[in-house]
Design a protein around this ligand. Structure first.
Ligand code: DC
Length: 222
């Protein structure tokens, strides 16, 4: 029997990735956090494509596309991302990457560059992908689509905790401003903006724990 293709989209810090990761283990699927693709390109651009004012020069990034090879290795139901052979793990979670990633993700050239890569992963089935445009654009025929949301207050709290746990010093105001700004850019961009697919199941998890959200999603799938 063909294993399902599941799309999980939604706002930042609604737990999309950590929830999808557990569902992948539970149903023996592979999980791809598509945000890591945009983060990896942002990390690359911050390292290699700056102009004399130390700002990202998009033309330098686009010119480098043929030189950028993105590959994956499966580890415990997770597709781990490598850019030109370098593992992209914690380094793509830095604040600097957070602050630039929506700008990179809104470029049509960037979205186009990452399109086939994402679709090819889902071809054989047995995958859960989380992001912003998976149900609307990348995998419009996914077997299940979920759209996660939660209040800004709750999401800022979760994000702050996550950053503090990984040793990053920041405060709730900074985190909240960053979240609001990213959501705005992600929702208002012209190419595949963040929006709920018509056939997606909406889950507001403001008052749900991670475990409760997972249980709810599994109820729909099973
Ligand atoms: O989920 P995340 O915070 O790691 O996503 C990082 C950025 O990438 C965020 O600004 C939204 C963008 N993104 C996107 O535009 N499309 C996706 N499928 C996944 C992420």
């Amino acid at each position: 029997m063909r294993k399902p293709v599941i799309a999980v989209d939604g706002f930042s810090s609604t737990g999309k990735s950590s929830i999808s990761k557990i569902i992948a283990k539970n149903l023996n699927l592979v999980h791809l956090d598509t945000g890591s693709l945009y983060r990896a390109l942002t990390y690359y651009a911050l390292k290699n494509c700056l102009n004399s004012n130390k700002e990202i020069d998009l033309n330098l990034l686009f010119k480098d596309f043929p030189k950028i090879e993105i590959t994956f290795k499966e580890e415990n139901n997770e597709l781990k991302l490598y850019l030109n052979g370098e593992k992209m793990s914690q380094k793509i979670r830095q604040l600097k990457v957070n602050n630039h990633v929506s700008f990179i993700a809104k470029q049509p050239e960037v979205r186009d560059f990452l399109l086939d890569l994402q679709r090819n992963i889902a071809k054989k089935g047995g995958v859960i992908m989380d992001g912003r445009d998976i149900g609307t654009f990348i995998l419009p025929h996914a077997d299940f689509k979920f759209f996660l949301t939660a209040s800004v207050e709750e999401r800022s709290k979760r994000r702050l905790k996550e950053l503090q746990n990984s040793g990053i010093e920041t405060d709730e105001k900074t985190v909240r401003e960053n979240l609001i700004k990213r959501d705005k850019i992600d929702s208002e961009r012209e190419t595949s903006p963040l929006k709920q697919a018509e056939d997606a199941i909406l889950i507001d998890n403001t008052f749900l724990t991670k475990e409760e959200t997972i249980a709810l999603i599994l109820t729909y799938i099973n």
